[in-house]
Design a binder for this molecule. Structure first.
Ligand code: UDX
Length: 448
């Protein structure tokens, strides 16, 4: 089928590449000429496992192309996805200007029936606004062409987005128009084998499903982070509690990890936007307000531990930082806890040497030329001469370090772990002072 995608960002690129891989003819449109030129040259601007290979292979097979030519892009697709950004406004609401601009562009150029599909995460009612914007543009052209608008939210995790797209656990299609439903069903048929994953619903429920999913996941994390605070105080271990509750199928084992707070492009933004939508409707989403407040506090928990141990004035202290990305397998630092932790420690007078396997270029962009912040080419090199190590992202390569280095490279064997990578009893046994999240000082290990 012929598919057009507005937006060659995270969602647009993954969607475009995966649909092309199934034989569709895909055109990705973006207003950023620099980005389009890079993509045309086979240079993929984001770090996502498997994506660059998929893009290059499908571009070579002439199933995937990139353009800034809106008229040609709109003419191309029977199905037109809108996958542009919806950044948060000052008040937390989603900024729909890019979505509505895409809708107007479609209305300005379409010549025949189109199915327009909202892929971006957008507040309930946006499909109606997209419909109105297209209709308005058509009226301005004196045309009354038919079109349908559907909602098809994505549930892609960064770092696993290609795999998530290829093997979805559900495909939510919010649509009322029969042509839209049948075309989208056909588009997703290759991803819907073995058992039925398509969940057909009205557009409003589809729009709310996306927000509710992310808000539920964020709620689990903030809940566990709160339990972790309590666990430390009462001498319990959150990792034991996590296992203890996760074995109940009603709770489940996923997304129960206490840590340095959730970040990324979705949870913080979507929780804020949902709170805002609730307020607009006169519904106080108090649970989500607490989820957000708990997360803001959580980003500072590791800093508080450092200050409690090393003193409020960190002047003259040098600290190693492992991990800057908001989670492993991505270079994304949007809303990353590392942003808060690094700024706070620098403000207290510390100097820092950081290492991240892929996010250091992004960190240089985010932090700019910051006095006191340097980068190391390896995790080991970051440790040299530091007073302590802070771990902010659970990269696999951090999980099995040479523990002796904590004693020889650091000035003192002191580790603050925001991701609970190690068994506190092991580090205790090795003579390393270890401060994790929600884990009280370990009881002596009884070796039988
Ligand atoms: C999320 C959703 O998972 C995805 O379905 C949606 O489409 C977009 O938002 P993503 O932002 O890529 O995806 O990351 P995810 O793996 O969900 O992690 C989000 C944040 O929560 C990270 O900062 C992560 O470190 C944190 N997290 C996750 C925890 O602190 N504890 C957990 O148990 C799980």
């Amino acid at each position: 089928m012929r598919v057009t995608i507005f937006g060659a960002g995270y969602v647009g690129l993954v969607t475009g590449a995966c649909l092309a891989q199934m034989g569709n003819q895909v055109v990705c449109l973006d207003v950023d000429t620099g980005k389009v030129a890079r993509l045309q040259a086979g240079d993929v601007p984001i770090h996502e496992p498997g994506l660059d290979k998929l893009i290059r292979a499908n571009a070579a097979a002439k199933r995937l192309s990139f353009t800034t030519d809106a008229a040609a892009a709109v003419a191309h697709g029977k199905l037109i996805f809108i996958g542009v950004g919806t950044p948060p406004e000052e008040d937390g609401s989603a900024d729909l200007q890019h979505v509505l601009a895409a809708a107007r562009t479609i209305g300005q150029h379409m010549q025949d029936f189109k199915v327009v599909v909202d892929k971006s995460t957008v507040p309930v009612g946006t499909a109606d606004r997209v419909r109105d914007a297209i209709a308005q543009s058509l009226r301005e052209r004196g045309l009354a062409l038919e079109f349908a608008v559907a909602s098809n939210p994505e549930f892609l995790k960064e770092g696993a987005a290609v795999a998530d797209f290829m093997k979805p656990d559900r495909i939510v299609i919010g649509a009322e128009d029969e042509r839209a439903i049948l075309l989208l069903r056909n588009l997703y048929a290759p991803f819907n084998r073995n058992h039925e994953r398509v969940q057909l619903m009205d557009t409003r429920s589809a729009e709310l499903t996306k927000y509710a999913a992310n808000a539920m996941l964020a709620t689990r994390i903030s809940f566990m982070n709160e339990m972790a605070l309590l666990a430390e105080r009462v001498g319990a271990d959150i990792e034991m509690v996590r296992r203890g509750i996760g074995s109940d199928p009603r709770i489940g084992t996923h997304f129960l990890y206490a840590g340095a707070g959730y970040g990324g492009s979705c949870f913080p933004k979507d929780v804020k936007a949902l709170i805002h939508s609730g307020a607009l409707q006169g519904v106080d989403l108090g649970v989500l307000r607490a989820v957000e407040a708990a997360n803001e506090r959580q980003k500072l928990v590791l800093v508080d531990k450092v200050l409690a141990r090393l003193g409020a004035d960190l002047t003259g202290r040098h600290l190693a930082v492992w991990g800057l990305a908001f989670k492993p397998n991505t270079d994304d630092m949007r809303e990353a806890p590392a942003r808060v932790v690094v700024r706070e420690l620098l403000a207290r007078g510390a100097t820092l040497c950081a290492h991240d396997p892929v996010a250091m270029d992004e960190a240089r962009r985010v932090f700019g030329a910051q006095a006191g912040l340097s980068y190391a080419a390896s995790p080991e090199a970051a440790l040299e001469g530091a007073d302590a190590l802070l771990i902010l992202t659970e990269w696999a390569t951090f999980r099995s370090p040479d523990f002796d280095l904590f004693k020889t490279a650091l000035r003192q064997a002191l580790v603050f772990d925001g991701r609970n990578l190690f068994d506190p009893r092991l580090l205790h046994l090795l003579g390393i002072e270890y401060h994790a999240i929600g884990r009280a000082a370990p009881a002596p290990l009884t070796v039988s």
